[in-house]
Design a protein around this ligand. Sequence first.
Ligand code: UTP
Length: 295
Amino acid sequence: MKNIKKAIIPAAGLGTRFLPVTKAMPKEMLPIVDKPTIEYIVEEAIDSGIEDIIIVTGKGKRAIEDHFDNSFELEETLIRKEKFELLEKIKKSAEVEIHYIRQKEALGLGHAIWCARKFIGDEPFAVLLGDDIIHSEKPGLSQLISEYEKNRASIIGVKYVPSEETHRYGIIDYKEKSGRKFLVKNFVEKPEQGTAPSNMAIIGRYILTPQIFDFLGKQKKGAGGEIQLTDAIQELNKIQSVYAYEIDGARYDVGEKLGFIQTTIELALTRDDLREPLTKYLYELLSNIEKMHVK
Ligand code: UTP
């Protein structure tokens, strides 16, 4: 079996939890400090050894293609003004080939992955969701790739979530656990509150074998009336072992409002240029919060 060199980043969703801003702006382009969300994800893929990325886009997502396009005028200006640090920043994504395919209708995450099948062909591949950032020492995807290489079976990134949040995620039911790795029995997409088989939630990083496309092609609509990737993985699990791995690091869901605000604050606090003034501001804000008359 081949090594993992190709990745799909689905970014064609409607982003309804973030309306009205997502009417004309892709949620994957929401800035976290000074970088769009999707650029953090592309960088994680590059740092994990991915060579080719296909971004699944849709209506109103042109800004993503424009962002990763070359910008000769801007580059020339930065060179002329000797702003080499900024030049570095805008060129990092050029280390990987980025391709695009359109999902004509937002029929669900499973359908978005299916749209990229010809690009993937017959090899195992990675999926990184376009609105999930993982902040960790070793890149999240690279942790999954290391585990994948041990037994070359599909493996899904998971993270512990409290019981009151399990209904928002795909949840695993597992047969065995060894360290951070689980042998999965079942996958359940968004279980009703109180029915989740565990607290381990799928968090937007996957390594999948190409057999997943056999199931995605005939997958019926599932939770929320969408073609769900989790349902196809559940089918795949009937013919091949599928593992889950608890990724070490902080995971941020930029696709919902509170998650976006938390991501912005926490990632700003990791930056040398912002840590001190932001910490000072947060202390002042918290010590005055009772006195504020915000309605
Ligand atoms: P989400 O379910 O978080 O995205 O999908 P959404 O549907 O855009 O969000 P809400 O619920 O309406 O607010 C996770 C990832 O899968 C992509 C999204 O763009 C996001 O990056 N996706 C989802 C697709 O590419 N196509 C789809 O049909 C659905």
